[in-house]
Design a protein around this ligand. Structure first.
Ligand SMILES: C[S@@+](CC[C@H](N)C(=O)[O-])C[C@H]1O[C@@H](n2cnc3c(N)ncnc32)[C@H](O)[C@@H]1O
Length: 263
């Protein structure tokens, strides 16, 4: 796997991802609050995950229709239970997805898995109707010890073949997204870096957090024993790198971006 390869869809683990559902949900609603009111919009939720928040968004926006897009079979299987009443789910790659006449393109915590954000966002922009809105949230936490220690360990264990950290490789600086939105014709925009103060029981819980996201790329590409050994060593290094405070404050940076086309 390399940075250009999306997370293999069928292997995403909804249970592990949802262990910190409350902490992971707040940015979703912060992103939603950037949207301006629009009557009966057509909505696309790209990288929709298990669909629970997709259907909540659909109700919140009183949308005419909402399409959730994901590649993960396990996520889409769960999402199917939220389909109906105008909500549908499809299997597609968000990096090549396009449509037309969409009023709101929404994507929470998914774009970081794919490279070439200028091209992807241009495709998403061309899917929007006049006056359409784009709202995207990506993590921007690659410089935190939780990510840095994992990258270092991965190179030691796997050498140049180590799967790349998608956040480090793919996510741009906030100001680059601002320039991009402007170049793509968004008349108004809001881009911010926000620090989420996640209170975990202890620093050891950072490993559990990472199992739901960044460690996935290792679980998918290593044999189980080698993966377990990598996680054990990662746990040991994090314990040395992070303070032994209870609770542990996991300060997690995210970029929220919103733009609206002239309408
Ligand atoms: C961190 S989860 C976020 C789920 C949901 N948006 C939420 O806020 O809870 C990321 C989702 O992106 C999906 N994903 C990753 N790469 C993708 C791709 N290239 N195309 C479509 N979905 C992708 C994963 O399957 C996963 O469901």
């Amino acid at each position: 796997m390399n940075s250009g390869t999306p997370t293999p869809g069928s292997q995403w683990d909804p249970e592990q991802y949802n262990r910190f559902a409350g902490e992971r949900e707040q940015p979703f609603w912060d992103l939603r609050s950037l949207l301006e009111p629009v009557s009966s919009p057509r909505v696309a939720d790209l990288g929709c995950g298990d669909g629970r928040l997709t259907s909540a968004l659909h109700r919140e926006l009183r949308a005419a229709s909402t399409t959730g897009v994901d590649l993960s079979e396990s996520m889409l299987a769960r999402a199917a239970t939220h389909a109906g009443g105008g909500v549908t789910f499809i299997s597609a790659d968000l990096s090549t997805w396009s449509d037309s006449g969409v009023d709101v393109v929404f994507s929470n915590a998914a774009l970081q898995w794919v490279p070439h954000h200028p091209e992807v966002l241009e495709r998403w922009r061309s899917s929007l109707a006049e006056g359409g809105q784009l709202a995207v949230q990506v993590p921007s936490n690659a410089d935190h010890p939780s990510h840095a220690a994992l990258r270092e360990l991965a190179v030691e264990r796997l050498g140049p073949e180590a799967p790349a950290d998608p956040v480090a490789t793919n996510v741009l600086a906030p100001e680059e997204y601002a320039r991009l939105l402007d170049a793509l014709g968004f008349e108004r925009q809001h881009v911010r870096l926000q620090v989420y103060a996640h209170r975990l029981d202890s620093a050891a819980d950072v490993v559990e957090w990472m199992k739901g996201t960044s460690l996935t790329r290792f679980r998918l590409s290593m044999d189980p024993a080698a993966y377990e050994s990598l996680v054990d060593e990662y746990r040991r290094r994090l314990a040395a790198a992070l303070p032994d405070s209870r609770p542990y404050l996991y300060a997690f940076k995210r970029i929220l971006l919103w733009g609206r086309l002239p309408g």
